[in-house]
Design a binder for this molecule. Sequence first.
Ligand SMILES: NC(=O)c1ccc[n+]([C@@H]2O[C@H](COP(=O)([O-])OP(=O)(O)OC[C@H]3O[C@@H](n4cnc5c(N)ncnc54)[C@H](O)[C@@H]3O)[C@@H](O)[C@H]2O)c1
Length: 393
Amino acid sequence: MKLAILGSGFISRFYADALVGQRRKDEISIVYSRTISNAKKFADDYKVPNYTDNIKDCVSHKDVDAVIIGLSNDMHLEGVLACAAAGKHVLCTKPLGRNAKEALQMLQAVEKANITGGYLEDLVYSPKSIKSLAMIRNGAIGEVVWAKSRETHPGPHSDWFWNKEKSGGGAIIDLGCHCVELCRNYIGKNIKPVEVMCWADTRVHPIEAEDNAVGLVKYENGAIGQFEVSWTFRGGMDLREEVMGTEGTIWTNNFLRTGFEMFTSGKGGDYIAEKAESNSGWLFPVGDELNELGYNHMFTDMFEAIEHNRQPAENFYDGYVVNSILDAAFLSAKTKQWEPVKIEDWRGVAEKKKEKQMTSYDEDYYLIKEEVLPSGEKKFIVKNKKTGSIEKK
Ligand SMILES: NC(=O)c1ccc[n+]([C@@H]2O[C@H](COP(=O)([O-])OP(=O)(O)OC[C@H]3O[C@@H](n4cnc5c(N)ncnc54)[C@H](O)[C@@H]3O)[C@@H](O)[C@H]2O)c1
């Protein structure tokens, strides 16, 4: 795959590290940055043969099959529309839009131009997410009742994130997009998200946008997706999931405590891991950040999707659904009510809320709970099928 990258900042460098850091057949042909010296520096660092400060020249370059967008949130729409006009496949970082209206425009543009729109939601492709999703899809934890995802760190690294107009919001748009899409994957992307209740506040930083938020996303089958996000968490970057199903449980910790612990007096390099706050004392490095954060598996899926003319697992429709959920979260934080998720073009199943599944204890009773007590006695809590009375056996 011959690639263009729009943007030369933090995420573009992570993407380039994943694309050219190890032997791969894919090549970056050209990089765009609005500041030409930054474009040149990026091109020099990654041995990219061309660089420019003109978006149209970048995407329409002859040696480009697909364009990767790593620009600030306010520039995603312009980048995607340029790709659609040039007929080039486009892979856009998260969040797709600053709101669902922008995301829908991007979705419609790629569909009209008949190009692939890949949504670069890397955390769905982390090795732990891939394995968890495979286990959930084969039924290992039964029906998912409640999925919870947490992404917290001390705040982002560039000025534009903190400007609500440019970013579209604070921790909800920046981090909530990851959590919402992870929970959607766990609960089932075919299940419609119906309403959202959200608390958000600006607790610490002198900004207009929220720096902390917790939200509940209710799905049509009764499942709940919970997101917890913060730009004021101290101690690094915390990426954790808890998935509770009728037959099992999954807990994952993707970043801060992955089983790698190290002590140093502080001599040596400064960089420990993304958003680490210290380089001395007991530290929690991440062995292979590119892989742990999902970038390698994500690009493999994206490029294979383009080559085989199929949709990548994460595509612009997913980005649009995520933005629709986040729009409802922002509204709920204001109104303090459950707010409906408005999706113009729902493509999943129209599933009705399932009847509760009852396990029979015998002809007359349902089983509620069985437990072995410390004495060895086995206890059964049952419900009378006719009278509804709850009894012990
Ligand atoms: N895990 C992830 O998937 C992840 C992580 C970090 C950032 N991101 C996303 O990547 C995007 C970029 O974030 P970043 O962390 O690289 O930020 P950054 O500030 O390091 O880089 C932003 C890039 O956009 C360019 N830019 C900013 N305003 C522009 C304008 N008006 N015109 C043209 N170019 C402009 C900058 O010059 C820079 O090249 C954001 O959408 C962010 O949400 C995703």
